[in-house]
Design a protein around this ligand. Structure first.
Ligand SMILES: [Zn+2]
Ligand SMILES: [Zn+2]
Length: 281
């Protein structure tokens, strides 16, 4: 794919963090400027709301949600006409806090809510410092508990996007069997609930060396009628749009022609290849 052709493709990044989560760098405006410089048409801040991890140090607190929401609104208007800026949350699923998640997602005019699992059964599967990343956990057990929790998460409806579906491969740690049936079940349920699956490009920078989810899962999502978004999971401005050009051909090969974008929780589709007209769905 040459440079001219690449310029014809839609560029959106639906997973960007902020310093409010205590493990991301720079100002929100630095992320926006980077996205503008890279020719992105639309970005979405999707910062962490995690109430699972002890001490809540890797997330904004529920009390900080209004501050975060208002900061995105200010920037949305400041950059009006330059780039579309959307406000979202990446909520860490925890069955004990679902009522609070529902309340928060309904109290503010967020454009989109993502849901993910970083601490299934209270076990950290996301940090480099975790026992999971060092290969000290039983892979079959972790896959079992993760997929069971993910399935349970799909019983709720406080969210629109399922983030980094097969996150467990981040550090390697392969299970002794494929867990394909469990993944198929999740894909089927996601389609039935009309949720979107996020193609998270941060997987390329970890031992997984591919997007979350895998090409196999992306193909199955397409067959199941599951819509997709794309997100870099940027925790610093330099990571905006990371490996975007690596996933586009895969998404197209899987059969997708559109990427989902959201306005006040309402989904619409934008054609990946620009210039052939956009269609809603
Ligand atoms: Zn994070
Ligand atoms: Zn995440």
């Amino acid at each position: 794919m040459n440079h001219t052709e690449t310029n014809n493709f839609l560029r959106v990044d639906y997973h960007i963090h902020t310093i409010l989560c205590n493990h991301a760098k720079s100002s929100m405006e630095a992320y926006i400027k980077k996205a503008v410089s890279m020719g992105f048409q639309e970005i979405c801040f999707l910062d962490h709301l995690t109430l699972t991890e002890p001490g809540h140090k890797l997330s904004m607190t529920p009390e900080e949600v209004p501050l975060y929401f208002n900061a995105v609104q200010t920037l949305k208007w400041r950059y009006n006409g330059v780039i579309n800026i959307k406000a979202g949350l990446e909520i860490d699923f925890n069955p004990f806090y679902v009522d609070l998640f529902q309340e928060i997602s309904e109290s503010y005019a967020f454009d989109v809510i993502g849901s993910s699992l970083h601490f299934p059964g209270g076990i950290d599967v996301v940090s480099r410092k975790s026992g999971w990343s060092r290969g000290e956990r039983d892979s079959d057990y972790i896959y079992g508990i993760y997929l069971e929790s993910l399935e349970k998460m799909l019983d709720y409806s406080y969210f629109d996007i399922l983030c980094h579906l097969d996150l467990l491969k981040k550090f390697g740690g392969n299970p002794s069997r494929s867990f394909e049936n469990e993944f198929d079940c999740i894909i089927e349920k996601t389609g039935r609930k009309k949720l979107a699956v996020e193609i998270n490009t941060s997987g390329y920078i970890y031992p997984a060396k591919e997007a979350f989810p895998s090409f196999d899962i992306i193909k199955k999502c397409f067959k199941a009628g599951v819509e997709i978004t794309i997100g870099s999971d940027a925790h610093d401005p330099e990571s905006i749009g990371q490996h975007y050009d690596a996933v586009l051909p895969l998404i197209l090969r899987a059969g997708y022609k559109q990427i989902s974008v959201f306005t006040k929780r309402k989904r619409s589709g934008l054609l990946i290849l620009e210039g052939s007209g956009n269609e809603g769905f």
